[in-house]
Write a protein that binds this ligand. Structure first.
Ligand code: OOB
Length: 548
């Protein structure tokens, strides 16, 4: 497959010999779960619908057959862009079972992001929600289709499909399996990509992350084990289903692999979450630290029965240890931290780690063949144990390269194949790691990653902007938000409103990427090599934000 970087043969052999890679497709791994738990409930949604394993199996196979009949070929890329509804689960499973490769877009993505994914990967199909919060999905699809010649099929989830589009609901009602045998579905090579995740992003355009059947299967199977999931698990997902954390860490797939049940919520609003946790007797809460805080601080928490809750699994951004302590104290359940990345590496605290290790560290890698280094980012030399350095990783489920990104790959990976995370970390005496900042140029807005360079490129297109920088400013609830620093063109003026309106209406970028503060300056501070001094800007921004 062009643009896909595989593991060197000696590593592939090692990962197979150790049993991490089993040369089964995701479809085959999940078929086992569908057969073993047929009559159990696999999925419950907050719209009241619920699905047994048998029904999920039948519907996803039906959709796979329809996709095949509609012309989807083996390894065709499909942009998957649905809100958190059962259709998102069925479509994911259906695409994978048809041998297609879903690109896991996030609901807030708009023309800028979707158009880029579709063109870059030459997608042939786009699966879009009729509505994605305040976005008109079908209008978005019309705009993307105009600009992406490879796109042949648009499938719509929810609502009435507009001219030229097909509705998922109608396909799911048509029992094509009575006309066409399942053996028309091609079997993908398990060592090739099964899905494309999105990178948190530090570059001008978001990168696509190829995850193979072999690597993603061991990813979610092992996560389910590390998190202690079982047939009695009710796992709550309120972050986007297409995000790695919600999909396979352990997420939907880990839960299914154990015969458990996923409760899929359309919104992470604390009122809704707490209500659903009580009603469905949730045992595992999955969320970013902002959501954990929302739960702890909920004014009516005590009047809700959350006694089924066993574990709060949190990651995506740094958990304040104080908040971690409150989980045990106020919710009376266990806390499990995960430092995860779409590129692969997964660090989890273990359920039998000492209490302070669970609270103060972000965990350790999950497979014996996982490797990590903490290095001086300039020389690549390992730092003294306990010192802070950049975290590098390599292993059976960590990619060796982004999809179709040879130039960037040369910088993002070491010569011997370690992924350079851009995160700063140190080794804790327990053997776990502690995240201690980052060197990559991005903003972590409550777990949502914003690439500064990407937004800066869009800002530079504004006629009033001569130069600019986007940096993080501290925020009590979200951890960080974006602050734009702008040098104006002579005689020009700019307000935060006019800038965000431009980014939103003209540049069509996702709303979470919009700057939330604007500072006008005569000149941006520079480092002694002449680059914009982001550290200095972050420091000034923090001071300004603290003053308000
Ligand atoms: C998860 O994945 P991504 O790809 O959205 O973001 C990865 C980045 C990491 O490089 C790190 O900067 C940050 O998010 N991060 C954390 C963290 N977990 C992720 N920073 C501090 N503490 C943590 N616990 O965010 C992700 C993927 C799978 C599972 C969980 C999270």
């Amino acid at each position: 497959m062009d643009g896909f970087v595989t593991w060197p043969a000696e590593f592939a052999a090692r990962y197979r010999a150790a049993g991490h890679w089993q040369d089964r497709t995701l479809g085959e791994v999940l078929a086992e779960a569908f057969a073993a738990h047929a009559d159990r409930t696999a999925l419950v949604a907050d719209d009241g619908r619920s699905f047994t394993y048998k029904r999920l199996d039948r519907l996803s196979q039906r959709l796979a057959l329809h996709l095949r009949a509609l012309g989807l070929a083996l390894y065709d890329r499909v942009v998957l862009h649905l809100p958190n509804t059962p259709e998102a689960v069925i479509a994911f499973l259906g695409i994978v079972r048809a041998g297609g490769i879903p690109i896991m877009a996030l609901p807030p993505h708009r023309e800028a992001e979707i158009g880029h994914f579709a063109r870059h990967a030459e997608a042939t199909c786009y699966v879009v929600g009729d509505r994605l919060r305040d976005i008109d999905g079908q209008a978005l699809a019309q705009a993307v289709a105009q600009d992406c010649p490879s796109l042949r099929l648009v499938l719509v989830g929810g609502g009435e499909p507009r001219k030229g589009f097909r509705g998922i609901a109608a396909l799911l009602e048509d029992p094509i399996e009575e006309r066409i045998a399942a053996d028309v579905l091609p079997r993908p090579d398990p060592s090739l990509p099964a899905l494309l995740l999105l990178s948190g992003g530090t570059t001008g355009v978001p990168k696509l992350i190829p995850r193979t059947h072999n690597d993603y299967a061991v990813n979610f199977l092992r996560c389910a084990e590390v998190c202690g999931l079982g047939a009695d698990t009710v796992l709550l997902i309120a972050i986007p289903q297409g995000h790695n954390f919600a999909l396979g860490c352990p997420g939907l797939l880990g839960t299914l692999s154990r015969g458990g049940r996923e409760l899929l919520l359309s919104s992470p609003a604390p009122d809704h979450v707490i209500e659903m946790m009580q009603r469905h007797r949730v045992t595992h809460f999955v969320g970013v630290p902002t959501m954990v805080l929302g739960l702890l601080d909920h004014p009516r928490r005590k009047s809700h029965d959350l006694s089924a809750l066993r574990t709060v699994i949190t990651g995506g951004s740094k958990l304040n240890p104080e908040v971690g302590m409150r989980v045990r104290r106020e919710l009376g359940c266990d806390l499990q931290q995960v430092l995860g990345m779409a590129e692969g590496p997964l660090f989890y605290t273990r359920l039998d780690d000492p209490e302070e290790v669970k609270i103060e560290t972000q965990g350790r890698l999950i497979l014996p063949d996982d490797e990590f280094r903490i290095v001086d980012p300039d020389s690549g030399a390992e730092v003294e144990p306990g010192a802070v350095g950049e975290l590098w990783c390599r292993g059976p489920y960590t990619i060796r390269g982004y999809y179709r990104a040879a130039e960037h790959n040369a910088k993002a990976f070491s010569a011997d194949g370690f992924y350079k995370s851009g995160d700063l970390a140190r080794l804790h005496p327990s053997g776990n790691v502690v995240v201690d900042g980052r060197i990559k140029d991005c903003i972590n807005r409550g777990g949502e990653k914003i690439s500064s360079e990407e937004v800066e490129n869009h800002m530079l297109a504004h006629p009033a902007v001569a130069n600019c920088a986007l940096v993080a400013m501290p925020d009590a609830r979200l951890g960080e938000k974006g602050c734009a620093w702008v040098v104006l063109r002579p005689g020009a003026s700019l307000t935060l409103e006019s800038l965000t309106k431009f980014l939103s209406d003209e540049r069509r970028i996702a709303r979470f990427k919009l700057p939330e503060r604007l500072e006008i300056t005569e000149a941006l501070p520079l480092t002694n090599v002449g680059k914009v001094d982001k550290k200095a800007l972050r420091d000034i921004t923090a001071t300004l934000a603290a003053r308000d």
